[in-house]
Design a protein around this ligand. Structure first.
Ligand SMILES: C[S@@+](CC[C@H](N)C(=O)[O-])C[C@H]1O[C@@H](n2cnc3c(N)ncnc32)[C@H](O)[C@@H]1O
Length: 399
């Protein structure tokens, strides 16, 4: 791939993606994982979709080492690249795995959808379903109004009973995705991360089964549209991807991977977000403790008061970045979305020195695009609100 040609193509893109995009339902378009699971600081799907289209070819391997709910992974899959995703957060990896499984063209989607919809049919409001939950699942108590919680526990009891792996994985995705929405605490992920439960006068009944059915219908209709628009070759391609493990609930440095053609990622920004703790409800539902994962999370907001937090972030990212540059094939591209801090921000030198270090690892910066973060993504917390711009950096590994 000729670098000048690529730079020309990259410059033709409006990286803000701030115009109204009306995708036609009969052609391929980016798959928006955020519609099926609300997770902090996810990519708009257009970013990885466009980068993958321009910077790789069909059959190439595309890695996202901070894969989140799989935005890069799913675009790569649909564009017939071999996707790989790593993330230390088991909730993020579960979402990515469930979406990947659902995009199997051989799956009997209609039967699966009907089975899932029928789970609501036998709810009996006189039964106390909260007693059937595990100790860890009981930690969900306190976030919901009483009847809302009983209905959630009914769905959880269905999940606990299900044997079929595919059914169980979609149920896991849909129930996890509803847990924060149905809570009476709706001030955003930071309140959940900080374990701030609703006050006595804040409890509100929420439509559990309506939300569940709506989500299932949306999920299956989107999967259907995307599969319908795939090229003839997709079915065969999908089956080849299933031969290798692709989604790792681990740091990329702890996984044994062969060299990759393209890396597209957005690492955690320093002291900004609690990716693990913000998922405390979904973790409890899946019988997991957040304390088993938070220590693995780079840059976690919950460690912001530690005086060494920025140095620790820098040291962890250095190890990961060096590893990633080794993993990339010569001539391959490394795309990063990073915060564009104002001059007086204490975190700016950390990001600047990280950018500089890629050159020491044999990477050449070939282009850089500033991006404006739309205001609807800037209302969650004060620190996030103060970040107005991001930048997309495109490095190429020297041959
Ligand atoms: C900016 S988010 C990525 C979101 C992703 N681009 C998406 O669209 O879903 C950063 C991710 O890095 C993950 N993370 C934090 N520390 C990590 C580590 N040491 N190794 C792998 N993933 C990590 C977090 O759990 C979070 O999901």
């Amino acid at each position: 791939m000729d670098t000048n040609d690529i730079i020309r193509k990259l410059h033709n893109i409006n990286w803000n993606f701030d115009f109204n995009i009306n995708y036609s339902s009969d052609s391929m378009y980016p798959f928006d994982c955020r519609k099926h699971y609300s997770y902090p600081a996810t990519f708009i799907p257009e970013i990885p979709y466009t980068l993958i289209e321009i910077l790789s070819r069909k059959g190439d391997t595309v890695l996202d080492p901070f894969g989140g709910i799989g935005t890069t992974f799913i675009q790569a899959l649909l564009l017939e690249r071999n996707p790989i995703s790593c993330d230390i957060n088991p909730i993020a990896s579960n979402v990515c795995s469930a979406l990947y499984e659902l995009l199997d063209p051989d799956l009997d989607h209609e039967t699966l959808k009907q089975q899932l919809l029928s789970f609501c049919d036998n709810y009996d409001g006189k039964i106390d379903y909260t007693i059937n939950t595990t100790e860890q699942q009981k930690e969900l108590d306190g976030w919901y109004e009483k009847d809302t919680f009983n209905k959630i526990c009914y769905l959880i009891s269905k999940y606990n009973e299900v044997q079929d792996v595919r059914l169980s994985n979609v149920l896991k995705l849909v129930v996890s995705s509803m847990l924060s929405t149905l809570s009476s605490q709706n001030k955003g992920w930071a309140y959940i991360a900080d374990n701030v439960k609703p006050k006595d006068d804040e409890y509100k009944s929420k439509p559990v089964f309506e939300t569940y059915k709506t989500r299932i219908k949306l999920l299956f209709s989107e999967i259907e549209v995307h599969l319908k628009n795939q090229a003839e070759t997709f079915k065969e391609f999908y089956n080849t991807t299933a031969e290798t493990e692709r989604i790792f609930n681990a740091s990329v440095v702890d996984v044994n991977l062969s060299q990759v053609d393209l890396i597209v990622t957005s690492p955690p920004y320093p002291k900004m977000i609690d990716y693990v703790k913000s998922q405390r409800m979904a973790l409890s539902f899946l019988n997991k403790k957040h304390s088993d994962y938070t220590a693995l999370e780079v840059g976690a907001r919950c460690r912001r008061a530690n005086k060494n937090a920025l140095d620790e972030y820098k040291a962890s990212m250095e190890i990961i970045n060096k590893h990633l540059c080794d993993l990339l094939k010569p001539g391959g591209f490394f795309c990063l979305v990073l915060p564009d801090y104002p001059e007086n921000d204490k975190r700016k030198p950390i990001i600047d020195s990280m950018v500089k270090s890629y050159e020491d690892y044999g990477m050449k910066l070939i282009d850089e695009f500033k991006r404006y973060i739309p205001s609807n993504r800037r209302t969650i917390s004060i620190q996030w609100a103060s970040l107005v711009n991001e930048k997309i950096l495109i490095f190429r590994k020297e041959s």
